[in-house]
Design a protein around this ligand. Structure first.
Ligand code: P6P
Length: 345
């Protein structure tokens, strides 16, 4: 039975550290390990933000000169973000292993450091191809309790369905730096106050608005979509019998597109497409992109689907497995499932 969170006077300044501690009070028998892991991620975010916000003023833009496991050109900021998150979490004894978009295999905890009870999966800098154009980018993370009893983490600890997630969220490095996370009791957003280096609560108990504003998809890929996804998109545009036409907003950075969808309502999707035979399930990864975002959107009253059913029901069979993703207002996402079922068989 979770403990009631002690109420604070409205004037109280709610730092993320205080908020995480209050969340921990819901779990009296907790060891504090998850709390400290969330602290570590908040610190990593401050360090990453210190670089993203200075852009070309530091030697942090541009390509790192090699491709990653996804075959995507790695940006210098990708490398920096990956290294910061790893260095802040590899020695603390809170993790049994990690998995990153940038690393082909599971990342073990190095000797002589102890292993812990949790698994961290993350995309250190999502949308990094946009960095040089000063477009918002982000970090996405999900945390699971380990499944194996002890010792080095294994794929059995990492390849988990979203139903087993214990915490998830993202950082968005935009006009301001925000950290948005959930531990299963609602979604809260914090904005970094650079003058004091603190994330302060600015968006308590986020709920996705009932009245949607935008749909968000790369319409340039339309010729590669299935009939169901094409007709769904025309429905969103006010055809196919729909009287509530939506505007289109697409940034090409998942964190920024999902953040706008979470706060403004609507739907973001990256469907399966025939554009790249190597990626028939679309471009986005299940474990460290779709799952954390679907979990967070559902905690805010929305829904996350593969187009055929809940993202959170899918158990990955490989680390970098891709999936079609539809996240946002529940009724809009369920419409996507209906069009796909009706027209794509
Ligand atoms: P496209 C960024 O490269 C990313 O992984 C996501 O952040 C984003 O949603 C998607 O790819 C954009 O892909 O094909 O529209 O450029």
């Amino acid at each position: 039975m979770s403990q009631p969170i002690p109420s604070l006077p409205a004037s109280a300044v709610m730092t993320i550290e205080r908020h995480i501690l209050m969340e921990q009070s819901r779990f009296p028998d907790s060891s504090g390990s998850l709390t400290n892991l969330l602290y570590d991620l908040a610190l990593a975010a401050k360090l990453i933000a210190s670089r993203t916000q200075r852009g070309a003023l530091t030697d942090i833009l541009g390509s790192a000169g090699h491709d990653n496991v996804q075959g995507e050109e790695v940006q210098k900021l990708d490398v920096y973000a990956q290294r910061i998150i790893y260095q802040l979490t590899d020695h603390t004894g809170r993790l049994c292993c990690m998995a990153s978009e940038e690393e082909k295999e599971i990342i073990p905890i190095p000797d002589p450091y102890p292993t812990g009870d949790y698994v961290l999966v993350f995309d250190p800098l999502d949308g990094s191809s946009n960095i040089d154009y000063n477009v918002a980018v982000g970090t996405i993370f999900a945390i699971f309790r380990r499944r194996t009893p002890s010792g080095p983490g294994t794929t059995a600890d990492v390849l988990r369905s979203g139903r087993e997630i214990v915490a998830g969220g993202y950082l968005v490095y935009g006009s301001s730096t925000m950290l948005v996370y959930t531990t299963g009791h609602g979604v809260n957003g914090f904005t970094l106050e650079p003058s004091i280096g603190e994330f302060l609560l600015t968006h308590p108990n986020i709920r996705i608005p009932d009245k949607p504003k935008y749909y968000s998809v790369n319409q340039g890929n339309e010729k590669y979509w299935t009939e169901g996804v094409r007709r769904y998109t025309r429905w969103l545009q006010g055809e196919e019998g729909n009287t509530r036409a939506l505007g289109l907003r697409y940034i090409g950075s998942m964190v920024a597109d999902v953040h706008r969808t979470l706060l403004g309502g609507g739907v973001f999707y990256y469907p399966a497409d025939a554009k790249d035979p190597q990626k028939p399930q679309g471009k986005l990864r299940l474990l460290y992109e779709a799952v954390p975002m679907a979990y967070l959107i559902e905690q805010a009253g929305g829904y996350g689907s593969t187009g055929r059913g809940p993202v959170l029901d899918v158990t990955p069979t490989s680390l970098h497995q891709r999936t079609p993703v539809f996240v946002g207002s529940r009724d809009l996402v369920e419409q996507a499932e209906a069009f796909i079922a009706r027209h794509d068989g």
